[in-house]
Design a protein around this ligand. Structure first.
Ligand SMILES: [Zn+2]
Length: 167
């Protein structure tokens, strides 16, 4: 697994950058996932409210806040725990990275975007996934999923009580 950017550096970098366009309304407790299966490759992109990852949405200042950023980064790095694909498909993590985005100019909110890529040796066995997002970040109550796979294009909301998704 390769981590492309340390979380603290990404956070500091993006807070000083021009705004990026958010794809969704920023709502605490609600995360979004876009996942695409093509051949033996799975690409997944999570959009996560910073408040649910860190408990705050400003640049980390205190030691406790810096520790919260480090802890959130460690959980996000564990791609295989965040997204548990069908074991029969024999998928391995090819890439995991994350960055922060400010939804609006001057906004007091921060989103994190986590990108994962998996390579699957037996993609025909890829039926779906179970997400560990609710265990890693308990303040997230809902994950809105959009998928594109050989089975078709579909959407579904997942919750802690129902963390399984079928393509
Ligand atoms: Zn917020």
């Amino acid at each position: 697994m390769r981590i492309t950017a340390p979380l603290v550096a990404a956070f500091a970098l993006t807070l000083s950058c021009p705004l990026l366009q958010a794809q969704h309304a920023h709502e605490h407790g609600v995360a979004h996932l876009q996942i695409a299966v093509e051949g033996g490759t799975v690409e997944a992109s999570f959009d996560l409210p910073g408040h649910d990852l860190l408990g705050f949405e400003h640049a980390p200042a205190t030691e406790a806040e810096k520790a919260a950023v480090t802890a959130a980064g460690a959980r996000l790095k564990d791609a295989a725990a965040i997204l548990r694909l069908s074991p029969e498909a024999k998928c391995t993590v090819a890439e995991a990275s994350f960055e922060s985005e400010t939804p609006e100019a001057g906004a007091a909110h921060v989103d994190f975007v986590a990108h994962y890529r998996f390579s699957c040796a037996a993609p025909a066995a890829l039926a779906g996934f179970t997400t560990g997002l609710f265990l890693a970040f308990p303040s997230i109550g809902e994950l809105s999923v959009q998928s594109q796979a050989p089975q078709g294009v579909r959407e579904q909301e997942l919750k802690a009580s129902q963390p399984e998704y079928r393509f």
